[in-house]
Design a protein around this ligand. Structure first.
Ligand code: C2E
Ligand code: CA
Ligand code: CA
Ligand code: CA
Length: 275
């Protein structure tokens, strides 16, 4: 009997966990959400570890559902990725984020998350450069955060797309570095600019000697390969200081700044400049 329950559970394990709200519903709502402008972009700063100056901001999508309130991206990006909906979402994030920064006269570098499925889309790079031309955002100021899953899905296509993007000056970083299917394989197969150490490791930094050693060795390896290292999930000054000791290049996390609207970002950046 127990076996049966488990099987039934695992069948639904990839569904979102919203009460009275099936995945089909959520998907239907999501396609409307785009038209109704319920999706917004927030920005979270990434700072140079040694002096606290701004290195970049990461765009993070938000969905303000009229009934259910704010739905976190973890609960709808995966769904969107199983359909073609990921395409207009990625385009919206790129357009809205670059427009927002340009409108605010912000020359900050911008990091945007790109799902593996988007990287497989043969039209992705063309559309990306169209959007950048439209919003006049310089490709050299854009960084795409991709995950190791992209390589696992379609290594040839991912390599090709990444090569094409980098040839145009777009930077590439490996997100969630360390928790992927094979981080060594990723570094062998793909030329990138930086890695983002997953927050699981970062958060264990002060309490786990093992985590500290793993982070130290990931940083050492990345530097050996001339890659920048970003630590995500930095929730305190103490973690920031520990990362400085370990020679990590860039820090990002709630302990520095939470994701915010571009209006809030403008204020945040000018306050920072006055310090
Ligand atoms: P991610 O790319 O790893 O983004 C980092 C997530 O960690 C964000 O969650 C961010 O708000 C959160 N975070 C930042 N600092 C801290 C911290 O100090 N502590 C903790 N516990 N969390 C922190 P968010 O915005 O909910 O996004 C979740 C995931 O959804 C992202 O993970 C990314 O994989 C995906 N995502 C978000 N926006 C987009 C997007 O525009 N396109 C795509 N394809 N995926 C997106
Ligand atoms: Ca990311
Ligand atoms: Ca991450
Ligand atoms: Ca993550």
């Amino acid at each position: 009997k127990a076996k049966r329950t488990r099987a039934a559970f695992s069948l639904h394990a990839d569904c979102v966990d919203l009460p009275q709200h099936g995945r089909a519903n959520l998907l239907g709502d999501l396609s409307q959400a785009l038209e109704r402008h319920e999706l917004h972009v927030n920005f979270q700063p990434q700072l140079h570890t040694h002096d606290g100056t701004v290195d970049a901001v990461e765009a993070l999508v938000r969905w303000d559902h009229p009934e259910y309130g704010r739905i976190p991206p973890d609960e709808f990006i995966g769904l969107a990725e199983q359909t073609d909906l990921i395409r207009p979402i990625t385009d919206m994030v790129l357009r809205s984020a670059t427009q927002g920064l340009m409108a605010g006269g912000l020359t900050t570098r911008l990091a945007v998350n790109v799902a593996p499925r988007s990287l497989e889309d043969p039209m992705f790079t063309d559309r990306l450069f169209e959007i950048l031309a439209e919003t006049r955002f310089p490709p050299s100021q854009l960084e795409l955060e991709i995950t190791e899953r992209a390589l696992a899905r379609n290594a040839e296509r991912t390599r090709y797309t990444v090569g094409k993007l980098r040839a145009q000056g777009v930077r590439i970083s490996i997100d969630d570095f360390g928790v992927g299917y094979s981080s060594y394989q990723t570094l062998r197969m793909l030329d990138v600019d930086r890695v983002k150490i997953d927050r699981e490791f970062v958060q264990g930094l002060l309490t786990s000697d093992r985590d500290r050693k793993i982070v130290a060795s990931l940083i050492g390896l990345a530097h050996e390969l001339d890659l920048d290292v970003v630590a995500e999930g930095v929730e305190s000054q103490m973690v920031w200081h520990a990362l400085r000791e370990l020679d990590c290049d860039v820090v990002q996390g709630y302990g520095i700044a939470v994701p915010m609207t571009y209006i809030e970002l403008r204020t945040w950046l000018s306050d920072l400049a006055e310090l």
